[in-house]
Ligand binder design. Structure first.
Ligand code: PLP
Length: 485
């Protein structure tokens, strides 16, 4: 798409309309109230509207059109069977205020999804209520706070590694905790000496992502759990990267007490641009009484009901019971894969990331995967170090990818690596797509070494409709309203 799509306001012509009702009919069809004078909507014909939105949809870069290697975000194929099931009338046309007796199938589905999440984690009980990963974190931290309060002292500190997703420290702060950062060691893992030094009776919990955001499995995870438990603190696992280990290991076996899922990442739902998501939370037996309401109760006669009262619950964390459409997609994904299929998906996600890593490690600096025996999990981490010697940064490498019609990887995250490039190919990409991506990345690395490269890269992208943007201005002075043609 090499033209600018005009706003509908700019296409508007006085008196043009999409509806061909006779004069006065629209008013009669209304409620009898006097229609408002013009509210300034664009005046356009039906074909103009159809073309406008169709063209906008074609300008989207999406997982359905191309490779989307965003690290940590898990942009993988969303099987169409999930969509088909989620659109069945009995799922799509129900309302959260319907009496429980009229939505037994929906409640049964939610109950079954909870059972799957418990089985896959080894944890005792699950809530489906939270609306996204970050909301799940908040719910988990509130549960931890309530549990400590019940024992007489909410405690003061939550420990977070420096490689953590930004939502982790934000969650700790929102729950009234002071966040203490635990540094990573030279291998990109928790610095155990610093972790042990930070442990004391004020520590409420440690929030760890495993595999972490450097794409590495934390080998000391068991020792971390034991040390936390020995001082009465809880072990929170940010489960956004569960797609790397699903079916391979149960977080409960690693000593995890609380974990949120990102259903939209691990169990597939079209997402991006902030939604839609779903962030269920699984907890160990000791924390189960604090789960939010409502929760699903299976009655003795096999029927289900939403339980709204629970003595020690943290209470409601949102309206109704959660993002039902995502529950349908997730359970459809799980049932169509089976546990074996989910395990295979994790294995292939890890295999694909290692394939990319192996082919690019001689062309880009790999801060934590130096030798041939060093593997990553479901995402691989590169840095700009070698290209920077020629004056070329991660920012410019990302822009060069745009000219090859590839969506850039996650850039400048995690913060522990300067000029980070975090690549998550996911299991749903075939070898040919990975080979093409690898070839483009090698070409970029080669071009970055040529004389005059700094100047050439500084002007990219050239193939996109909008060329190099002033990103600082876009962030500081965004223009978000139409001010007239
Ligand atoms: C995506 C992600 C989150 C936040 O999840 P949302 O659903 O976007 O709120 C938290 N932690 C990690 C590691 C993530 O990748």
């Amino acid at each position: 798409m090499t033209f600018e799509e005009k706003l509908l306001f700019e296409q508007s012509a006085v008196g043009r309309t999409g509806a061909d009702l006779e004069e006065g009919t629209a008013e009669k069809l209304c409620t009898g109230q006097t229609p408002r004078q013009s509210i300034g909507l664009p005046e356009v014909s039906e074909p103009q509207v159809v073309r406008h939105f169709t063209r906008l949809s074609q300008q989207n870069y999406a997982i359905d059109t191309n490779f989307f290697p965003l690290g940590s975000c898990t942009m993988k194929h969303n099987p169409r069977i999930n969509e088909k099931i989620a659109r069945l009338d009995g799922f799509a046309d129900i309302h959260p205020l319907q009496p429980d007796e009229t939505v037994q199938g929906a409640l049964a589905l939610m109950y079954e999804l909870e059972q799957w999440l418990c089985k896959l984690t080894g944890l005792a009980k699950t809530t489906l209520n939270p609306s996204a990963g970050a909301h799940g974190e908040l719910t988990g931290a509130m549960i931890i706070r309530k549990a400590h309060e019940q024992r007489g002292n909410p405690r003061k500190i939550i420990l977070v590694p420096d490689s953590a997703h930004g939502t982790n420290p934000a969650t700790a702060a929102m729950c009234g905790y002071t966040c203490k950062t635990i540094p990573s060691n030279k291998d990109g893992l928790v610095d155990m000496a610093a972790f042990e030094e930070a442990l004391n009776e004020d520590v409420a919990a440690f929030m760890l992502t495993n595999p972490n955001t450097c794409g590495l499995f934390e080998p000391n995870v068991k020792a971390i759990a034991d040390k936390l438990h020995s001082i009465g603190a809880y072990f929170y696992c940010d489960g956004a990267n569960f797609n790397a280990i699903c079916g391979k290991v149960k977080p409960a076996d690693l000593g995890v007490d609380v974990m949120q899922f990102n259903l939209h990442k691990t169990f597939s739902t079209p997402h991006g641009g902030g939604g839609p998501g779903s962030g269920p939370v699984a907890v160990c037996e000791a924390l189960a009484p604090y789960l939010p309401t409502p929760h699903i109760q299976k009655n003795k006669n096999g029927t289900f009901k939403l339980q709204h009262n629970s003595a020690n619950s943290i209470g409601r964390i949102r309206s109704f019971q959660g993002q039902f459409g995502m529950f349908v997609r997730a359970l459809s994904y799980m049932k169509s894969h089976g546990v074996d299929g989910l395990t295979k998906a994790s294995e292939n996600a890890v295999l694909n990331a290692n394939y990319v890593l192996a082919h690019l490690k001689n062309h880009f600096n790999t801060p934590f995967n130096k030798d041939d025996k060093s593997f990553c999990m479901h995402e691989c981490l590169l840095s700009e170090k070698w290209q920077k010697q020629h004056g070329i940064t991660t920012h410019e490498i990302a822009k060069a990818l745009l000219d090859h019609k590839i969506h850039p990887m996650t850039v400048y995250f995690p913060l522990v690596v300067g000029g980070a490039m975090l690549i998550e190919p996911t299991e749903s990409e075939p070898k040919e797509v990975l080979d093409q991506f690898i070839a483009v990345m090698k070409k970029i690395a080669d071009e970055a070494k040529q004389p005059g490269a700094k100047e050439i890269f500084g002007k990219l992208p050239k193939q996109t409709f909008h060329k190099k943007l002033d990103e600082v201005k876009a962030a500081r002075q965004p223009k978000t309203t139409f001010e007239g043609p």
